[in-house]
Design a protein around this ligand. Structure first.
Ligand SMILES: Nc1nc2c(c(=O)[nH]1)N[C@H]1C(S)=C(S)[C@@H](COP(=O)(O)O)O[C@H]1N2
Ligand SMILES: [Mo]
Length: 529
């Protein structure tokens, strides 16, 4: 199809104006499509936000090579970057479509339809309500197409001559002005849409936060022993023995932490049980609760890493829930599923062998924070979070090992998530300069379910020397330690290792995280002057 050029404009300048206009209008149509889709998502069942859905799929489908960095990235600062990347790709797509269809906006509708359908399908594929997501995609696509057609119409006046060729009859001055006004209108509307959307989001978070603020934890039937006075190490920059909630590491696949309304929330216990049941939040809260200090650790923690925290957890023993349901013959594992579709799976024995596995409702004396799984999550001492610690818990089901595996297992992590012995140096930090003389070295060591027996330090590959252990808080928590180092001038290498109460030395084999936990001794270099 050839285009003839309007008389008043040179071929050069018209083509520049038109290409740029096409791309710009296309990008604007994408903004409108996204804004409309996100707004609609708020009111549809399952709130199928295209951006959140696609981001979750990106996380789910990430290949093994970069998964390890992503698993620690998700839950932290990289999620907004992921969303921004998705928005950028959609804007770019819009610009390309605008460029291509700038002379025939009407004909672009199948492209918007197909894109809307594809986005809806991708974003909804891993959720319970694909149709809801597809509707959002299609409506967004329709809004995008309408925007393109409308804006191009006010910009250039395309007519067909007798031979079927498209003649463009722009009136540049008018078109430019109309275009600017129309674009400003569209951008304004899109921004207003986004503002409404984020207001709705923050309102639902606020609603959950205020419902949470009004809750009081019941007095546990069994209290945890008080933290001994000597459980800490009195050194500047050394973390406290119990991690405050706002300093506790956060790891999950959720782009936006689920905001669960306790009024409509239930916990289902089912699968291979004699008597499946469902509990409301008040019903769960009315069951006898226990309190226990447990150090939670992430399998993707690198050697010397900080993806570990220690809290006082309060909740209903998992054993009590299993006894209420009655474990049926053939049941082997517990699968815990969250409201956002994450699953963790671990052997039933971990709930019945006497350790304090629980459905936790409290963290350090307050109801679980939203980021850490409100209203309920699992905590299983001795197992990494990815196989056990489901946040925003919705269902517990008993299955066989063959029937099902947890979320991370098909993505390349081992099914046995038993925590391994680990230790780290907190002070001084790697690369620090310290004054010559007595330097206090301090850190933490953990091997949940097995008491820490000793922590040892080696300077410049010299003999291992015993550190002083702070008081124990129990068998499932880390132990803080310190060591007085008579430091001589120069650069020195410090290494740390722990030995458990059974005399087993932490593994020296150097391994990165994935498919199992990392291992090897942390080593830091300190400059003494
Ligand atoms: N719903 C849900 N629960 C989850 C996860 C998740 O991605 N989604 N990640 C798990 C992992 S890998 C870890 S290490 C712990 C971290 O718990 P925290 O964020 O409270 O520290 O949560 C676990 N529970
Ligand atoms: Mo984790």
């Amino acid at each position: 199809m050839s285009t003839t050029v309007a008389d008043s404009v040179t071929s050069e300048s018209r083509s520049v104006w038109s290409r740029r206009t096409g791309a710009l209008v296309g990008a604007l149509s994408a903004i409108v499509a996204l804004a409309v889709a996100e707004l609609l998502a708020v009111v549809l069942p399952g709130k199928p936000s295209p951006i959140v859905g696609i981001a979750n799929q990106v996380i789910n489908l990430t290949p093994a090579g970069i998964r390890e960095s992503l698993i620690s990235a998700v839950g932290t600062a990289d999620k907004p970057i992921l969303s921004a990347g998705i928005v950028a790709v959609i804007l770019l797509l819009g610009a390309v479509i605008g460029l291509r269809f700038r002379d025939s906006a009407r004909a672009a509708w199948p492209v918007y339809l197909i894109l809307g359908l594809v986005v809806g399908l991708i974003a909804g594929a891993a959720t319970a309500r694909v149709w809801s997501s597809v509707i959002v995609g299609l409506v967004g696509g329709a809004a995008g197409w309408a925007t393109l057609a409308l804006l191009l119409r006010v910009t250039v006046n395309a007519v067909r001559d007798e031979s079927g060729n498209v003649r463009l009859q722009p009136e540049p001055a008018l078109a430019r002005r109309t275009f600017l006004i129309a674009s400003a209108g569209v951008t304004g509307a899109a921004l207003a849409g986004i503002a409404v959307l984020s207001a709705v989001r923050s309102q639902s978070l606020q609603a959950v936060e205020s419902a949470r603020d009004a809750l009081r934890l019941p007095t546990p039937a069994r209290r945890a022993p008080a933290v001994p006075a000597g459980a800490g190490v009195d050194v500047p920059d050394m973390p406290p023995p119990v991690t405050p909630n706002d300093a506790f590491y956060r790891i999950d696949t959720a782009l936006v932490p689920p905001t669960v309304n306790v009024a409509g929330w239930t916990l289902t216990v089912g699968g291979k049980v004699d008597q499946p049941f469902e509990l409301s939040y008040p019903e769960l809260m009315s069951m006898p609760q226990v309190e226990h200090y447990v150090t939670l650790a992430c399998v993707s923690n690198p050697v010397g890493g900080d993806l570990v925290g220690n809290a006082l957890w309060q909740g209903v023993p998992l054993r009590a829930l299993l006894e209420k349901a009655g474990v049926a013959d053939g049941a082997q594992q517990i699968v815990a599923e969250s409201v956002d579709g994450f699953t963790a799976a671990f052997p039933i024995t971990a709930a019945l062998d006497g350790r304090d596995a629980m459905v936790a409702v409290g963290m350090n004396g307050v109801p679980l924070p939203v980021n850490h799984g409100f209203p309920a999550r699992l905590v299983v001492p001795g197992l990494y979070g990815y196989v056990s610690a489901t946040k925003w818990l919705r269902e517990i089901r008993l299955t066989t090992f063959a029937e099902e595996v947890g979320f991370w297992i098909p993505r390349g992590w081992v099914a046995d998530g038993t925590i391994e012995a680990a230790s780290r140096i907190d002070v001084p930090t790697d690369g620090a300069t310290v004054p010559v003389g007595d330097v206090t070295v301090a850190g933490r060591a953990w091997h949940q379910r097995v008491p820490v027996g000793a922590v040892e330090i080696s300077v410049d590959a010299g003999p291992w020397q015993p550190a002083q252990l702070a008081s124990s808080m129990g068998v499932d928590t880390w132990r803080l330690w310190s060591w007085k180092w008579p430091a001589a001038v120069g650069g020195h290498e410090l290494r740390v290792r722990m030995i458990d109460a059974n005399g087993r030395v932490q593994s020296p084999a150097v391994r990165q995280p994935g498919p199992g936990a990392s291992s090897g001794y942390q080593s830091i270099v300190v400059d003494v002057s």
